[in-house]
Design a protein around this ligand. Sequence first.
Ligand code: MG
Length: 247
Amino acid sequence: MARAGAIVGAVLRLLKSAVEPGITTKELDEIAYKEITRRGGKPTFKGYRGFPASICASVNEEIVHGIPGKKILREGDIVKMDVGATLEGFIGDAAISVPVGAVSEDAQRLIDDTRQSLLEGIKAARPGGRIGDIGAAVQEYSETRGYGVVREYVGHGVGRFLHEDPQVPNCGQAGRGPLLRPGMCIAIEPMLNIGGWQTRILDDQWTVVTADGSLSAHFEHTIAIDEDGPVILTVPDDSEDLKKDLP
Ligand code: MG
């Protein structure tokens, strides 16, 4: 799991550095495919329920599950990239939101706050706790800042399959839901909208957008619940990124 996660972390770091005005989401997908396979992994999403690409690339009001294509990124956009890699039968799954060139203050704040909401959720994922602790932490952090927290799409258990039990909602009540046990691996993935939490699906039957057209951001990590607390698996091997923020 950790080695699959390290591939995902490395690919996301590479994708982040590749984002610039003028690049297409298809080009980002090609970069990801090459890097995942160069590292010995398989792109988990390619072919998953018929999904046609290695990554999901979602721009602005697109929340998740955008299909890479001819869309050209422009200055001021925000792009969300979701990557899954399978290595020796185990899966890592993570996502980041990246500004394209200079973005509005609101867009940058949305990105920063969504990233922090993920860290709040991760901090709440402690052995002996409950799944509801995670959603409660994400929801509390996000709603007090005025964001809509997407309800219809949630985090999930992950391991040999991309989506395993339990579901990991981004809203909830502390102390409720399945027990968090050492050895569990889950993907936590808050999606925050500047407007309401409601969503709809585009005609391509994949792309999820905000119902009101407002900007959305998404961050995700695969974590393991360790005896001592949560451990983020989807970071590059050489990275201390994010770990410093953990309790
Ligand atoms: Mg996921």
